[in-house]
Design a binder for this molecule. Structure first.
Ligand SMILES: Nc1nc2c(ncn2[C@@H]2O[C@H](COP(=O)(O)OP(=O)(O)OP(=O)(O)O)[C@@H](O)[C@H]2O)c(=O)[nH]1
Length: 317
């Protein structure tokens, strides 16, 4: 077993590499946080709640020697609804297309059936190198970490493959995140940069904005509305008749819920809660786009949208 704590010096050459990596792992394993730490900007949505990442969000790491494009997939899980099945399809398609797969396993949770389920699926993808990433190392002591590293090495052996690397990281503590990038880069194919410098994500702005609104709308009501909220940005238009130095962007968005009874929870007494959601997400959208925004939010009921293919398509899944 080789566990990396330090980068081995690559001979300095003129080789430039570019390619794709994705992080897989159970819900809450720390994939989005790690993506953000590597890219250095909030592009994926994180939360204390499983399955927040519904869209494939790419973050791009630009380096002089390489361009690493990170594809952040939803967690693979036992599908119970049509949405669940679609999410799993997205995950498998992504795996088949990337150059490196990073399997995220939290240091503070023993390997469980969920991890084995994913590892088994990974084992069937023969040609893509797989790096085991032990996340959240700041939450455990050395002994627990060592046991986890051994268990992960063992898991690979049981399933008949070797991890390309096993790397402990802490995205929150900024430990070994740079090293992880150093270890992924040599596994990418040689080639020129695929995206212009400065691009951090190619996720359409509308999707990122919808995710910001969804995150704000979920805050404080996750227990009541765990996976029932979808957000769609209907329209984004610069306000007419504004002086050039005082632009305003009008954004109209719908917050979809599954049942009329959920309306009250989202809107709150006298619309107070929805207003707060609007203010909070507007500030984040303004920070993202760098322009003042007028955000118009409407709540709509889309009955059982998670189970209805037509609704799912409309909501962008
Ligand atoms: N202490 C600590 N917490 C972390 C670390 N990385 C992630 N977390 C926390 O773990 C939780 C889940 O992290 P996410 O990045 O949203 O996990 P994910 O794997 O993307 O989750 P899904 O989108 O549900 O698949 C969040 O509360 C994070 O703040 C870390 O390095 N240290």
């Amino acid at each position: 077993m080789s566990v990396r704590t330090q980068s081995s010096e690559e001979p300095a050459g003129a080789v430039h590499r570019a390619g794709f990596a994705c992080f897989v792992g159970r819900p809450n394993a720390g994939k989005s946080t790690l993506t953000n730490a590597l890219v250095g900007q909030k592009v994926a949505i994180t939360a204390n709640q499983p399955q927040t990442t519904r869209h494939t969000v790419r973050g791009i790491v630009h380096r002089p020697d390489a361009q690493l494009i990170l594809v952040d997939t939803p967690g693979l899980h036992k599908p119970r609804t049509l949405l669940g099945e679609r999410l799993n399809d997205v995950v498998r398609t992504t795996w088949a297309e990337v150059d490196v797969i990073g399997f995220c396993l939290p240091a503070n949770e023993k390997l469980g059936p969920g991890d084995r389920f994913i590892a088994k699926e990974l084992a069937s993808i023969k040609k893509t190198p797989k790096i085991a990433i032990v996340t959240k190392t700041d939450l455990v002591d050395g002994k627990t970490l060592a046991e986890q590293l051994i268990a992960i090495d063992q898991l690979g052996k049981e399933l008949g493959f070797e991890w390309a690397e096993i790397v402990p990281v802490s995205a929150v503590g900024d430990k070994q995140v740079g090293l992880l990038a150093d270890l992924i880069v040599p596994l990418l194919p040689e080639g020129p940069a695929l995206y212009p410098e400065g691009d951090l994500t190619d996720e359409p702005e509308q999707v990122m904005i919808a995710e910001l609104i969804r995150e704000a709308a979920l805050e404080g009501v996750r227990d009541e509305l765990p996976h029932s909220i979808a957000v769609v940005v209907e329209e984004m238009l610069p306000r007419e008749d504004r002086p050039a130095d005082k632009p305003l962007l009008d954004i109209h968005a719908f917050v979809y819920i599954e049942r009329p009874s959920q309306k009250g929870i989202i809107i709150g007494p006298k619309g107070k809660r929805l207003k707060e959601v609007g203010i909070k997400s507007r500030k984040q959208i303004e920070a993202l786009l760098g322009t003042p925004v007028f955000l118009d939010l409407h709540v709509k009921v889309a009955k059982d949208w998670q189970r209805d293919p037509r609704q799912l398509r409309k909501l962008g899944f």
